[in-house]
Design a protein around this ligand. Structure first.
Ligand SMILES: NC(=O)c1ccc[n+]([C@@H]2O[C@H](COP(=O)([O-])OP(=O)(O)OC[C@H]3O[C@@H](n4cnc5c(N)ncnc54)[C@H](O)[C@@H]3O)[C@@H](O)[C@H]2O)c1
Length: 347
């Protein structure tokens, strides 16, 4: 048996903690190091899994010499962390969005290509079974010529204040679906038009409450991406049952000349719900990080498996920087449209 891969993590926040647990639960990898600019967060997460804590990523690469690194810091510092990984010759998984803008993705591509270091983009929806099965069915021509691709992603705005001034609704939520829609219908987008509804979330955090983006594809098809925090709080804020993550109101529909394909993950299609007198109605999100027999499974664990395979076997990344760039370009165009109130043409 070969020695377990030593994985480093940069960013011990919400998603970093999930990656840490997933890596620690694997047999072929260990969590060797955790870096966070917040020393307390780094040491709490590192000590949970027997990893070494760092507050500076420079020291993580110098002292821990990981075989791979998961970059789950905020996107504004992904470029700096990717550069350090490239200089250390360490393959990396970079959370979405890979960078705040296309120039940032290009810069990451330049340093990693120059160093010959493999990069995977953390677009977790690619590992969601329904999304992947829908993509395969569209590619088989099941709905004929594609006319419309519609994606909705709606959550409770429970944890959004941490993004104030640091990110946007389209970078947090929209980028998932810009990638998904372009993956399902891989035709260039020629026009992007976005409009937002602003309410309580905007007042409290500066994030748009609900953004509706339309995409016009070069072949005449249309895309619709909804990115929203407008679910009522009780739907997604609960502490019982223990271990349940809240569900969103998500769906992905493709309508074509001769048929339709729909992956319904929406309010009325939730698979697992609880309803009791003490806490009312709750729905469990069981797509991305469900716990099965005490271990994290689901799309995020599959994403980390693909990353481990990329390091161990040289398997090409399932999601690469071209995909990341396409999604970030669409995000930037939608943000430009929001700012101007006009459609944005793309070359
Ligand atoms: N795939 C998904 O579904 C998903 C879900 C959540 C977040 N994300 C992405 O992951 C990234 C992190 O998001 P989050 O929600 O975990 O944020 P978070 O704020 O919860 O965590 C970010 C962590 O990074 C640390 N940090 C900030 N600057 C740093 C630096 N220079 N060096 C080291 N650590 C630093 C912060 O102290 C914090 O602990 C974002 O790019 C976000 O878009 C992806």
């Amino acid at each position: 048996m070969t020695a377990p891969l030593r994985i480093g993590l940069i960013g011990a926040g919400a998603i970093g903690a999930w990656h840490a647990r997933i890596v620690a639960e694997r047999r072929d990898a260990v969590l060797a190091a955790v870096c966070d600019s917040d020393a307390g967060r780094a040491s709490v997460l590192a000590s949970r899994y027997g990893a070494k804590p760092f507050v500076d990523a420079v020291d993580l690469f110098a002292d821990a010499a990981p075989d791979g690194v998961i970059i789950a810091s905020p996107e504004r510092v992904h470029g700096e962390h990717a550069r350090l990984a490239a200089e250390a010759g360490v393959p990396m998984l970079i959370e979405k969005p890979v960078a705040p803008d296309p120039a940032g993705v290009e810069a990451i591509r330049a340093v990693t290509e120059a160093a010959g270091v493999a990069v995977m983009a953390g677009h977790v929806e690619r590992f969601e079974i329904g999304s992947a099965a829908l993509k395969a069915a569209v590619a088989q021509g099941v709905c004929g010529r594609v006319v419309t691709v519609a994606a909705r992603r709606q959550f409770v705005a429970a944890d959004t204040p941490r993004f104030r001034g640091l990110s946007t609704t389209l970078r947090i939520l929209g980028v998932h679906d810009f990638d998904l829609v372009s993956w399902v219908h891989p035709v260039p987008v020629v026009e992007v038009y976005a409009a937002s509804g602003r309410g309580r979330v905007y007042e409290e955090t500066g994030l748009d409450d609900h953004v509706v983006t339309t995409l016009r594809f070069a072949d005449g098809a249309v895309g619709l991406v909804e990115s929203a925090w407008t679910l009522p709080q009780p739907y997604g804020v609960f502490t019982s049952p223990e271990g349940w993550s809240p569900a969103g109101n998500n769906r992905l529909d493709v309508f074509g000349a001769t048929g339709m394909i729909s992956n319904d993950m929406s309010l009325r299609g939730q698979q697992l719900i609880a309803f009791d007198e003490a806490a009312g109605f709750r729905a469990a999100g069981i797509r991305h990080q469900p716990i099965l027999h005490g271990r994290v499974t689901g799309a995020l664990a599959e994403e980390d498996s693909a990353f481990i395979a990329m390091i161990a076997d040289g398997t090409p990344p399932v999601v690469g920087l071209d995909d990341a760039l396409r999604a970030v370009r669409l995000t930037e165009a939608a943000e430009a449209s929001l700012a101007s109130g006009r459609p944005v043409r793309l070359d």
